[in-house]
Ligand binder design. Structure first.
Ligand code: AMP
Length: 592
């Protein structure tokens, strides 16, 4: 095997034979990106030729790119929705895919306030597994000795539902953790987790988090890397430690398990791990009782080499807080994936967050790219370019055709090409289209915020003249802040505090189900806050924008702000602040 032709690396050759194979696979896929893509498309079109969807475009058995591009339209979720609804309702005919739909993956992207349902087929699990299997071989090129310790990963499952037709609907990671691929994975010295499967698979988030934290503490010297899927998840774990260190150290001292952890499989598996360790308990007490939690991660887990969390995209807002708690440990963003399809991986995972680029793996699906400009003409599909034809420096929207039956589907992610690895382009994640506010996996767009303000303002006997918002992540959990300027001439006419509190809750009730799930089930978003600003504030905001060069004719109130001077201006004009007094409605089975 030509080891020297494998990824250039500061550390030289692969860590082991298994890694060499994985790296060789990456090389082959990226060198032959175009022919791999051609084959993927031919396979997808060949096997799905008799589906109702593809048949309606009269491909007549063709599986080539030219016919595909000339006959199949580019679509959004809304276009696919009627087909997806039929599958969800129990229609088992080959509608989108010739392989039976095995379950629905519930995306954090929403449509009409509810999670989007992505059909998937059994073999997709293998494709996802394949991408996972490439991550450690790449990481081992940059960080040595990861087989000498463990990873403290905070991993969780979420609630699942059944569609009217009886198919499971759940998040992609819940599906993966519950699969045999994960549960019965063979021992791999480079991938040993401190969390037992029983804790990861416990549906109760408190019991799961408590057990995972406890195991992490027992393994404090073995832990070499700490992770969660997204940065927000890791910060939640820190917050959990802040709230529970007393009980955790008590358990460690006594070798006991908090009685609130009632799950029998956890209690059973923990008998192997629990032991009285008064020295460790003293250490936890002394570190956690200090007022200053700066560098708490490296204080408790001194051998941590890096944090394994996604801090690109909306998660970039958490970088300063992660740096504070970790003393600036490297933050490895290893992969780029979605419920629709897993896309690719970062071949240089120890780089700075601002330099992260993901290499799309050409075997995962058929990828096309819509140049991202303001040209939204009907002929947009004609402008789609293939994976190998994207240009460095340009921005594109990702469009995918998957084995599970999504055809020329707009994912909604905007990516910028930063370079190539062999023939495969590498992309910086720029942003998701139409997302205004995001704290955790929630994605709130401008229309949703507008609808929420409209609904809440019906509780007032006056109106909201102007509003804007921002995602406040200074505290954990973060929360939405909405600035309101009200139509009141005198302070005495201002609505009572109780009314404005109800407005906060009413806005939350109006927001999408992912927001409400984060609030209610996960506790990963705090109560929404309304800050009432005094009359004329938004005019001042406009004056400020114009002084910085905005055109008066084109000025629009930004519906979300993050620029410090603007926030300072707004905050200096606040006359009252109000928080949501209780939780909005959410239930795994609620479809409103
Ligand atoms: P979901 O369908 O809920 O799994 O969300 C998938 C979306 O999360 C993607 O389409 C992206 O918008 C976002 N995402 C996933 N991975 C990354 C990443 N590495 N960096 C930034 N955003 C990401």
């Amino acid at each position: 095997m030509a080891v020297d032709s494998i990824l250039s690396s500061p550390l030289g050759p692969p860590a082991c034979e298994k890694d060499a194979k994985a790296l060789q696979f990456i090389e082959e896929m990226t060198r032959n990106a175009d022919s791999v893509q051609e084959n993927v498309l031919a396979q997808i079109l060949g096997r799905n030729a008799d589906t109702e969807y593809l048949k309606s475009f009269n491909l007549d058995g063709a599986t080539d790119r030219h016919t595909f591009k000339s006959k199949i339209p580019m679509v959004t979720y809304e276009d696919f929705h009627p087909f997806i609804q039929r599958i969800a309702d129990g229609d088992r005919s080959p509608i989108l895919s010739s392989h039976p739909v095995s379950e629905f993956l519930t995306s954090s992207g929403t449509s009409a306030g509810e999670r989007k349902l992505m059909p998937t087929i059994k073999e997709e699990l293998e494709r996802r597994q394949l991408l996972y299997s490439l991550l450690m071989p790449v990481m081992n090129l940059y960080v040595s000795g990861l087989d000498k310790g463990k990873g403290l990963y905070f991993l969780f499952i979420k609630s699942e539902t059944k569609t009217p037709g009886g198919l499971l609907a759940r998040p992609v990671l819940t599906s993966y953790y519950k699969s045999d691929h994960f549960k019965t994975r063979p021992h791999d010295p480079y991938n040993v987790y401190t969390s037992p499967n029983e804790a990861i698979l416990c549906p109760d988030s408190f019991q799961s988090m408590y057990t995972q934290t406890l195991c992490g503490l027992y393994n404090r010297h073995q832990v070499l890397r700490i992770g969660a899927v997204f940065a927000s998840g890791l910060l939640r774990a820190i917050r959990f430690l802040q709230l529970n260190w007393h009980q955790l150290s008590h358990d460690i001292r006594a070798g006991s398990l908090n009685p609130k952890v009632t799950d029998p499989s956890i209690r059973h598996c923990m008998t192997r791990i629990l032991r009285p360790d008064p020295e460790l308990a003293d250490f936890i007490l002394s570190e956690c009782s200090k007022d200053n939690w700066e560098r708490i991660i490296t204080r408790i887990w001194p051998n941590t080499k890096y944090l394994d969390v996604i801090v690109t995209g909306a998660m970039a807002q958490y970088i300063p807080t992660l740096d504070y708690y970790s003393g600036g440990l490297p933050k490895a963003c290893t992969m780029y994936a979605s419920s629709e399809c897993y896309f690719g991986l970062n071949l240089n995972p120890m780089c700075k967050p601002s330099e992260v680029s993901y290499t799309i793996m050409p075997n995962m699906a058929y990828f096309e790219f819509l140049p991202h400009d303001n040209n939204n003409s009907n002929s947009a599909a004609a402008r789609l370019v293939d994976l190998v034809d994207v240009e460095v420096g340009r921005e594109y929207e990702l469009v995918i055709t998957t084995y599970a039956g999504l055809s020329r589907y707009r994912v909604g992610d905007i990516l910028r090409v930063t370079g190539f690895h062999n023939a495969a382009p590498q992309f910086q994640f720029v942003r998701r289209k139409n997302v205004l506010l995001s704290i955790d996996s929630d994605k709130t767009d401008e229309a949703e915020l507008q609808a929420a303000v409209d609904r809440a303002s019906r509780l007032l006997n006056t109106s909201v003249v102007e509003y804007t918002s921002y995602a406040d992540t200074a505290t954990i959990p973060g929360h939405y802040v909405v600035y309101w300027e009200l139509m009141v001439r005198e302070a005495s006419q201002a609505p009572e505090a109780g009314v404005l509190e109800r407005c906060c809750l009413e806005m939350e009730e109006s927001l999408n189900s992912v927001y409400r799930q984060c609030r209610v089930a996960d506790g990963s978003i705090g109560p929404l806050e309304i800050r009432v600003v005094r009359n004329g504030t938004f005019e001042e905001l406009m004056d400020y924008a114009i002084s910085r060069g905005a055109s008066i004719n084109q000025y629009k109130v930004p519906r979300c702000v993050s620029f410090t001077p603007i926030m300072e201006l707004l905050d200096s004009r606040v006359v009252s602040t109000h928080f949501s007094p209780s939780l909005p409605h959410w239930g795994p089975h609620s479809r409103r």
